[in-house]
Design a protein. Structure first.
Length: 201
């Protein structure tokens, strides 16, 4: 019995190592939560400065990349983030309670590169030669997904966006601007196509 328990504990720790959860600076998992996501760290990121906080009865799957020192992902209660979803976080992404994020979504709080081609052209050589990324040239702004929102499959949420309480983002949408509470958006770029009845939330 004791040998079986040790094997189980070793198996679980092995999963944590493969997913890099043990490298996070701050990992808070509340009761009934599960992180099945793979955690990755950007070039020269000190993993001990990053934070992943998941509240009660929530599930996080996909890939979470902490692209810059001090970046964080906070997930509320009873929230599901499904497989294939990718987070790239240079500052912060905050997800509320009772949120549904479907399969293969992309959520980014930064542009990844400078809009200036003369600056951007050195990004690859900096990476290959071990120099730090010039984050001061990259536009970064936190993302917030409020309580009871629903993000459809393969949607993209870009930097600086707040998806309001009870809002719905239709599958395949590209969200570049804030979505008001109880509004349904669709398309590229996402535009209002309807409203959510309040008694449905």
């Amino acid at each position: 019995m004791l040998g079986s328990l040790r094997k189980l504990v070793g198996f679980i720790r092995g999963i944590e190592r493969r997913r890099n959860l043990n490298r996070l600076g701050h990992l808070d998992l509340l009761s009934g939560s599960s992180v099945l996501a793979t955690v990755a760290f950007g070039h020269l990121v000190n993993s001990k400065t990053t934070t992943l906080r998941v509240s009660e009865r929530s599930l996080v799957r996909g890939v979470v990349t902490f692209a810059r020192n001090g970046s964080s992902l906070v997930v509320g209660n009873n929230t599901a983030i499904n497989g294939g979803t990718i987070f790239s976080i240079a500052c912060s992404v905050e997800i509320g309670n009772n949120v549904l994020i479907s399969y293969e979504c992309i959520i980014m709080d930064h542009d990844g590169h400078s809009p200036n081609p003369s600056v951007r052209k050195s990004d690859l050589s900096d990476l290959l030669e071990g120099r730090p990324k010039a984050w001061e040239t990259v536009k970064i702004s936190p993302v917030k997904i409020e309580d009871s929102a629903w993000i459809g499959a393969r949607s993209i949420i870009l930097k600086g966006v707040t998806v309001g309480h009870g809002a719905i983002v239709a599958a395949g949408s590209v969200v570049t601007k804030n979505v008001s509470p109880f509004i349904i958006v669709a398309g590229n770029p996402a535009r209002e196509v309807g409203r959510v009845r309040r008694d449905e939330t």
